[in-house]
Design a protein. Structure first.
Ligand code: G3I
Length: 302
């Protein structure tokens, strides 16, 4: 019988997971990883607090472990993430001079993307830049010091650094079409496409509660895709992992031609950032849960 990765590949898609470098030595974990998944997102290792803990001092050791594992096992990589208000070192969040912050941001993007040049399928260039419940940017250091143009600046810098990588905007709570935050991100992508600002994809994190995906999820994916970008489900987990909720989520992607792949945010429930919700496809022992079979079937495999 098939695996998540091979079933997704049959329709030209990928099936990925978040990976923590510290778990690669756990053979239960790595056996499932290498059997089922053909795309990897580092869960924390490519974030700013790890990769540039002090100005100009870069540390790619933990992320290299994951990228090397992926190369050895034929898996592709999503880079996560270059510009984000969280897991941002204090030396960055305390910058108040625009010229300094612009050069620090551009240098961070350029140096990290150069290190992995040619080895990353897609980068989450900017993560979670919109405020909850609004169509406006979050008031983080980048917005407050650089103003509205910082997202565009980040994408232009990223394109110059590695023209072979797809450049994504990634966020949560943008899955329901009528939400103000969804509309804000949609308007940004439409504006970028109309002005030639380089953007190739939008990632929908899809951290769902027990209600599963919103009824409009497929509409949202289709509407963004119609702007001329790929769409991807980038951090999927669903409280209590109901098979129906997982199947509906996968079907929403399968029904949109430009939905190019799905990534779950961890392998076993015990690996999850929200482990108390048992939100993933494998239990703590590495056994497949009912949601696994529902996903495999929805991908057209099984
Ligand atoms: O590595 C340190 C360890 O040295 C220290 O002793 C320990 C004490 O707190 O913390 C460890 O770091 C933790 C890190 O995960 C690695 O385990 C951080 O505290 C913890 O905050 C961090 O959580 C991560 C979270 O992002 C941070 O915002 C989660 O693992 C990770 O799953 C989560 O992922 C995010 C995506 O990047 C963006 N979208 C939302 C998603 C879920 O929050």
């Amino acid at each position: 019988s098939g695996t998540l990765g091979t079933a997704a590949a049959d329709s030209g898609r990928y099936f990925g997971t978040a990976v923590a470098a510290g778990r690669l030595g756990d053979s239960t974990y790595s056996t499932i990883l290498d059997r089922e998944f053909n795309m990897i997102t580092p869960e924390n290792e490519m974030k700013w607090d790890t990769t540039e803990p002090s100005r100009g001092n870069f540390n790619f050791g933990p992320a290299d472990q994951i990228v090397n594992h992926a190369a050895a096992h034929g898996q592709r990589m999503r880079g996560h993430t270059l510009v984000w208000h969280s897991q941002l070192p204090g030396w960055v969040s305390s910058i108040t001079d625009p010229n300094t912050l612009r050069s620090v941001m551009d240098n961070h993007i350029t140096t990290e993307m150069n290190h992995y040049k040619g080895r990353i399928y897609a980068w989450d260039v900017v993560n979670e830049a919109f405020a909850d419940g609004t169509g406006r940017h979050r008031g983080d250091v980048f917005q407050n010091v650089l103003g509205n143009g910082y997202i565009e600046e980040a994408f232009r810098t990223a394109r110059a650094a590695d023209p072979s990588a797809k450049l994504c905007y990634n966020d949560y709570n943008i899955e329901n079409w009528s939400d103000a935050k969804t509309q804000g991100v949609y308007n940004m992508v439409r504006d970028f496409k109309s002005r030639g600002v380089p953007i190739d994809c939008v990632g929908f994190q899809s951290h769902f509660g027990t209600g599963g995906p919103p009824a409009s999820f497929q509409t949202t994916l289709a509407n963004f895709a119609a702007l001329g970008v790929d769409v991807q489900i980038t951090e999927l987990d669903i409280a209590q992992a109901s098979p129906t909720n997982y199947a509906n989520t996968v079907r929403a992607c399968m029904n949109v031609a430009r939905c190019t792949g799905i990534t779950v945010w961890g392998i076993r429930d015990s690996d999850s950032w929200r482990s108390q919700d048992s939100p993933l496809l494998f239990d703590a022992y590495g056994n497949k849960k009912p949601a696994y079979d529902a996903v495999l079937t929805a991908l057209g495999g099984g």
